[in-house]
Write a protein that binds this ligand. Structure first.
Ligand code: NAD
Length: 477
């Protein structure tokens, strides 16, 4: 089977005929051939989208009418719920129980942005008695959407839904390591009645198809989720055509535990935060900072909990930690495990392939204790089931350690001292802080990072802002 592009309402191979193969993380066997888009394929997709923007109905429809189609897209996703979860599980190595949650969330993304676009408030200002100033909200043009391989379908829809809600035709470039689930989107969009040319899909390698999309002069907006280094390359490449960039990048998020916290709940959050989704989660709590008075006990309990995490076949409903996405990524994560040992951190749990899983990209849930901020395993994003535990002696030291990396995506604070929580919320350099809780969030809230973790915000009307321009009208009455 060859997965094709979808351009102007038709499934098409690459103009050059080029393809690449996709491997299954649980076995590392090639099982899928995918069309490899290049600049000419991207150009065809952008041309179709540009035509839909200039002449088509979609950008001109009232938000309420676009919302009707978005809700039909959600229905079409829900109708494929189990299939989507199965494809995602096979293609990414995510445990099937967690893949099901991702499929449901994808449908929710469309329903949510259907609601957002029908409830947007308008900005109108009266100047004196004789003038009104009001802000027009218009779709920005063709939106280029570039997405990563972790939870691919959910993250694709997190961009598709607001871009389409805002009236933008799109060109989606999914990650080359997880192209399978995006292959369902053409059927979903057709079933929902989206006009041809509004949704376009080009598969391919980042440095080819992705870079061509970024450099294209008819694409005024790029919404990108991926590694910080890729974000830097995209900014350089986009400079020539001066475009809006929304950047959701990497993280090395701290989970900070004070001695007054509910330790059982903090432990649950630490285990969930770094071992669910195979640890391949941008907001993973990959550094655990623990007050010195409870450090020994907490580390021991965390290691014991890690040892209980069931690693196994992604399709097995009993599995809690599946296979990492790709042999190259597996080599990178296991290199970090070796490095941690060399750097002098104490391996308290995991660190190796479970003996019952001789093939595929499997790694036991891994805990490093006594990690110091000068170690690379403390500083660099590992993006796998590996957590670093570090003690702190005071609130000031906890803040210094939390802020001691280049990243600033998420932070998690466990304390029952309300005044301390307020102080630390001000002091921690992060885009998002959870206090005594984990990743539960309302989709209206801003999502994004500071420092090397990102630029701009998505979520609710913040996403709509990415895909719209807002000219101001000064009207004399
Ligand atoms: P990646 O940066 O390697 O790839 C992401 C996408 O960019 C892929 O589609 C890839 O093909 C494309 N790409 C690569 N080079 C490109 C280039 N030069 N020009 C244009 N496109 C290019 O990231 P990944 O390994 O797929 O994903 C993991 C990373 O994503 C982690 O760093 C993770 O933290 C981050 N992430 C961030 C968030 C967030 O919301 N902040 C969410 C999920 C993942």
């Amino acid at each position: 089977m060859t997965l094709e592009h979808y351009i102007d309402g038709a499934r098409v191979p690459s103009i050059s005929g080029a393809t690449f193969t996709s491997v299954e993380p649980a076995t590392n066997e090639a099982y899928l051939t995918v069309s490899a888009g290049r600049a000419e394929d991207v150009d065809a997709a952008v041309t179709a989208a540009r035509k839909a923007f200039s002449d088509g109905p979609w950008p001109r429809l009232p938000g309420e009418e676009r919302a009707v189609t978005l809700r039909r897209i959600a229905d079409a996703i829900e109708a494929r719920d189990e299939r989507l979860a199965a494809l995602e599980c096979r293609d990414t190595g995510l445990p099937i129980t967690q893949a099901r949650g991702q499929a449901r969330r994808a449908a929710q993304n469309f329903r949510f942005f259907a609601d957002v676009v029908t409830t947007l408030s308008e900005d109108v200002y009266r100047v004196g008695s004789a003038q009104l100033n009001y802000v027009l909200r218009k779709p920005a043009g063709v939106a280029g959407l570039i997405t990563p391989w972790n939870t691919p379908f959910m993250l694709e829809t997190w961009k598709l839904a607001p871009a389409l809600a805002a009236g933008c035709p799109v060109v989606l470039k999914p990650a080359e390591w997880s192209p399978l689930s995006a292959g369902l989107l053409p059927d979903i969009m057709e079933e929902a009645g989206l006009p041809p040319g509004v949704f376009n899909l080009v598969h391919g390698i980042g440095e080819e198809a992705g870079a061509a999309l970024v450099a294209h002069p008819d694409v005024p907006v790029i919404s990108f989720t991926g590694e910080s280094a890729t974000g830097q390359a995209i900014m350089r490449n986009a400079a020539g055509t001066l475009k809006t960039l929304s950047m959701e990048l990497g993280g090395k998020s701290p989970l900070i535990v004070f001695d007054d916290a509910d330790l059982e709940r903090a432990l649950d959050a630490a285990v969930f935060g770094v071992f669910s989704l195979n640890g391949e989660r941008c907001t993973a709590s990959s550094r655990v900072l623990v007050h010195a008075s409870i450090y020994a006990e907490f580390t021991e309990r965390l290691a014991a909990r890690a040892a209980q995490v069931r690693v196994g076949a992604p399709s097995d409903p009993g599995t809690e930690l599946g296979a990492l996405i790709h042999p190259e990524h597996y080599a990178r994560v296991t290199d970090y495990v070796r490095l941690g040992v060399e750097e002098g951190a104490r391996l308290a749990a995991g660190g190796a392939r479970p003996p019952h899983l001789p093939h595929g990209n499997f790694l036991a849930a891994t805990v490093f204790a006594d990690v110091t901020p000068d170690m690379r395993i403390f500083q660099e994003e590992i993006f796998g089931p590996v957590v670093c535990v570090t003690p702190f002696g005071s609130e000031t030291e906890a803040i210094e350690l939390a802020n001691a990396t280049r990243y600033g995506l998420a932070a998690y604070l466990w304390t029952n001292d309300l005044r301390r929580a307020h102080r630390m919320a001000q002091a921690i350099e992060t885009g998002m802080l959870w206090v005594n809780s984990q990743n539960v969030r309302d989709l209206r809230t801003p999502f994004g990072g500071v420092k090397a973790s990102g630029l701009g915000r998505e979520g609710g009307r913040h996403s709509i802002d990415v895909y719209t321009v807002s000219p101001i009208v000064h009207l004399a009455t």
